[in-house]
Design a protein around this ligand. Structure first.
Ligand code: OGA
Ligand code: NI
Length: 352
């Protein structure tokens, strides 16, 4: 009798990947990547301890590194950020345990609407002519200003809340540095975006080994909502960043945080710092897990470009939109490049 692979609709990708006879991916997962990705030996690195140092020279070096990273790549590797290695390991381990829970437990969080504060599933993406399934399982929850977290595993809520609190401090320092680089008052973003109530979305992505990684995708090319996204992982690489029209692997030193610029930093900076396109690729060998913290303005803030920058530029390049509406439109549209941000772009008036 021919071996049977269970129907993909009944399975999370984790279980599908464990089917003993799986030699090729079911056709619904087929996604042809446009290129494989190259290594770069010049990925920007920012030393956080220099940014918060009392030594003015050290601080200016860090500010310059942040400025170049935001202008050139929209991405940097953050080192010496002060978040304990034990906490980073604990959040990866606790997130892994979530994916090991019985199916019924995970299904409790199957999304019914875009505004559910906790969502779990596998996800789809729209390609030019059809909908495809993604080679990953995920769990997402809103963790600030209101904190939501699955009940199990029990210690998940403790580590996620610790990690989110410590990350907020790092975030605020980075954003103050970015304001200085934009020649704005250091606290101007704190005020305009009401960062005391900044929105944080925690997402754990689980990418099991894939028999045909070149024919599948973990997450297709997209940009993130928010200001800066923080990503850590279990040591298995998979995040790629687009730079000058080419894809690059992001290999990172242990205990570092991968930071990328997101849509609302592009909006706030009136287009100076572009939100970077990125994707997650999969491999045949090892399970990869990433823990992502999307950091944005407060949910109710209607985000527009900085007034001061609009004054300097003579016009706003993006229209206003309430942040949480943007997030929830994006979560319900699935992945589609830079779609949402495109809708907010204001065309220049045509003058003879
Ligand atoms: C995301 C994302 C990439 C990764 O969750 O938005 O881009 O490497 N993840 O998991
Ligand atoms: Ni992303």
């Amino acid at each position: 009798m021919a071996p049977t692979v269970p129907s993909v609709n009944d399975l999370c990708v984790k279980d599908l990947a464990q089917s003993p006879d799986l030699k090729s991916i079911p056709s619904q997962f087929t996604f042809i990547n446009d290129s494989k990705g190259s290594n770069s030996d010049s990925l920007p690195v920012v030393d956080f301890s220099m940014l918060v140092s009392d030594n003015a020279d050290q601080r200016s070096i860090a500010l310059l590194d942040i400025r170049k990273a935001c202008e050139d790549w929209g991405f940097f590797v953050l080192i010496n950020h002060g978040i304990p290695e034990s906490l980073m390991k604990a959040i990866i381990d606790a997130s892994l345990e979530f994916f090991d829970l019985p199916e019924e437990e995970k299904r409790r969080y199957e999304a019914k609407s875009a505004s559910d504060p906790i969502k779990a599933g596998s996800g789809t993406a729209n390609t030019a002519n059809n909908k495809i399934l993604l080679w990953r399982d995920f769990m997402k929850s809103y963790v600030h200003p209101n904190f939501y977290c699955p009940e199990k595993p029990q210690h998940l809520r403790y580590v996620v809340s610790e990690y989110s609190e410590k990350s907020r401090w790092v975030l605020r320092k980075l954003l103050q540095g970015i304001c200085e680089n934009l020649e704005l008052e250091a606290g101007s973003m704190d005020e305009a975006m009401n960062l005391d109530s900044c929105f944080q979305l925690y997402a754990a992505n689980f990418y099991p080994p894939c028999p045909q990684p070149d024919l599948a995708i973990g997450i297709p090319p997209h940009t993130d909502h928010g200001l800066l996204t923080f990503l850590i992982h279990n040591g298995v690489a998979g995040l790629q960043i687009e730079h000058n029209g080419e894809w690059f692997h992001t290999n990172s030193p242990k205990n570092s945080i991968l930071v990328n610029t997101a849509d609302h930093l592009e909006i706030f900076s009136n287009g100076r710092y572009k939100s970077v396109k990125h994707r997650a690729v999969v491999n045949t060998e090892a399970t990869r897990i990433s823990v992502v913290l999307a950091n944005g303005p407060a949910p109710d803030v209607v985000v527009s470009p900085s007034e001061e920058l609009v004054k300097r530029d003579g016009r706003a390049l993006y229209g206003p939109m309430k942040y949480i509406e943007y997030v929830e439109t994006m979560l319900s549209n699935q992945y589609g490049g830079k779609g949402n941000l495109e809708c907010l772009k204001i065309q220049a008036d045509y003058h003879e």
